[in-house]
Design a protein around this ligand. Structure first.
Ligand code: FES
Ligand SMILES: [Fe+2]
Length: 466
């Protein structure tokens, strides 16, 4: 009994006791941050790189998280990941961010020990000076980190016992497969370092309630859509049609909204799809305005599908997907990756902690290309200061709030965030999954909780079952 108590993990501080209130110190407390590092990150599936970044045998790329470095390598038997640490005295064996190790393998810069692409040790200088037991081949091989491929990315997990990624994703995995997410390619990748806790950055994308004030250009284009979701009592359903405008004017507003999303964040609504949508403005539609707009969305899906396929791209049947395996406007892959699919393309965001109050934020624009016409592979993101006006407009607007919020959280009188139970529930659900990791909840239950995050931003606080 005494021994059991001694073994029980220390309870995490600042636990959520009221799901509508998130304690502010979770976003800057050093001990809380350390507990995340010990109990969350080593057990979670993390997007490590894009598959296209390592196309040839021997290609490798580094993934860094919380002081750990992992090498993701294309071997002749598929993709593997290794700890970037020499088996002699621990020096990182790969230098730089990426390369090819087919010819020379990895050579430790300290005493020159070597490994091949498969992680097998191939050279120990002065072998005769070591005891035999220090040179066991199995023990000298680079230590492997689990990998799984999904949506065109390599995911890694440091925990050998964690449930498979696809189990954590649940039905979303099939939806993303149907979307041909694995065949998408990055057109570009921007990155920045934000002076904010990684969770603050994630949570800025978990509700659309901020659009009215933070992205006024979107609100102004289709006010009925946003006001009926957040401003008026219509049960949280965004009305796509403004009864005071003609059907055609409604559709023009929708297309212009798409244009703003497109210029504001590329892959989140790709310019090639907007061009197709523009051509459908004069499509013949029923007289009932609601039916008309719904039918128009179907026409856009159809035309975007056909146009993509005519260009030779692996565009999925968007109407079929909408019915059978819908993928929502935002899909969160716990803990730090999320997708914003729209028509044929998507934006993807990844956020990694650098410290309790600092994180690196990357964003990709992803779309399909005809085979042989893919753009050059993006190996390193383009880093910009977070207040750079070179960022697309939408992330620029989001980045303007995040560092300020981090400062505000420190106010003496600010103990907790108060959440809307109806629309900001995702933040609570997300944070309570983190509490689940910190408390050592069984992995299967955590997976079920993670699946409850799927299916859009906005939403109610849910009972996660733990
Ligand atoms: S530390 Fe790598 S060879 Fe010695
Ligand atoms: Fe935003």
């Amino acid at each position: 009994m005494v021994a059991d108590i001694a073994k029980a993990p220390k309870p995490a501080p600042f636990q959520i006791t009221d799901p509508e209130r998130i304690p502010a110190r979770r976003y800057y407390d050093e001990e809380f941050y350390q507990l995340e590092n010990e109990r969350l990150w080593p057990h979670a599936w993390q997007m490590a790189c894009r598959v296209e970044q390592i196309p040839e045998v021997g290609d490798w790329i580094e993934y860094k998280i919380l002081g750990k470095s992992v090498l993701v390598v294309r071997t002749k038997d598929g993709i593997k990941a290794f700890d970037n640490a020499c088996r002699h005295r621990g020096v990182p064996i790969a230098q730089g961010t990426h390369g090819n190790c087919k010819r020379e393998g990895f050579i430790c810069p300290f005493h020159g020990w070597r490994w091949n692409t498969e992680g097998k040790n191939t050279f120990v200088y002065g072998k005769h000076m070591f005891s035999e037991q220090q040179l066991d081949q199995g023990d000298l091989a680079l230590t492997e980190v689990r990998t799984e491929l999904s949506m065109g990315c390599v995911f890694i997990n440091f925990d050998k016992d964690a449930p498979p990624l696809r189990e954590c994703l649940g039905p979303l995995a099939a939806g993303l497969d149907a979307y041909n997410a694995d065949q998408m390619r990055a057109e570009w990748c921007f990155a920045t370092v934000l002076p904010a806790n990684w969770k603050i950055a994630m949570e800025a994308f978990m509700e659309g309630y901020h659009v009215m004030r933070t992205h006024p250009q979107l609100q102004q284009k289709v006010p009925i859509l946003y006001n009926s979701m957040y401003g008026m009592d219509t049960g949280g359903i965004g009305l796509p049609i403004n009864p005071n405008l003609s059907i055609r004017d409604n559709i023009v507003a929708q297309v212009e909204h798409m244009e703003l999303l497109s210029s504001g964040m590329a892959g989140m609504c790709h310019a090639k799809d907007v061009a197709v949508a523009r051509q459908t403005i004069d499509a013949e539609l029923p007289e009932d305005p609601f039916q008309a707009i719904m039918q128009w969305f179907g026409i856009v899906n159809h035309c975007v599908t056909e146009a993509g396929r005519a260009r030779g791209e692996p565009t999925p049947d968007l109407n079929k997907i909408a019915v059978e395996t819908p993928v929502k406007a935002v899909e969160f892959i716990f803990p730090n990756y999320f997708l914003l699919p729209f028509l044929s393309s998507m934006a993807a965001y990844r956020i990694r902690p650098l410290g309790p109050e600092s994180c690196v934020f990357e964003l990709w624009s992803l779309t399909h290309f005809k085979e042989g016409e893919e753009p050059p592979v993006v190996m390193d993101p383009t880093y910009l200061p977070y207040d750079s006006t070179e960022f697309p407009q939408i992330p620029q607007q989001d980045y303007s709030n995040i560092p300020l919020q981090q400062i505000g959280l420190h106010a003496d009188g600010f103990e907790f965030m108060r959440l809307s139970k109806d629309i900001e529930g995702l933040i609570s659900n997300y944070q309570r999954i983190i509490d689940g990791y910190l408390a050592g909840v069984e992995p299967d239950k955590l997976c079920k909780g993670i699946q409850m995050l799927a299916g859009n931003f906005d939403g109610p606080i849910k009972d996660l079952g733990f």
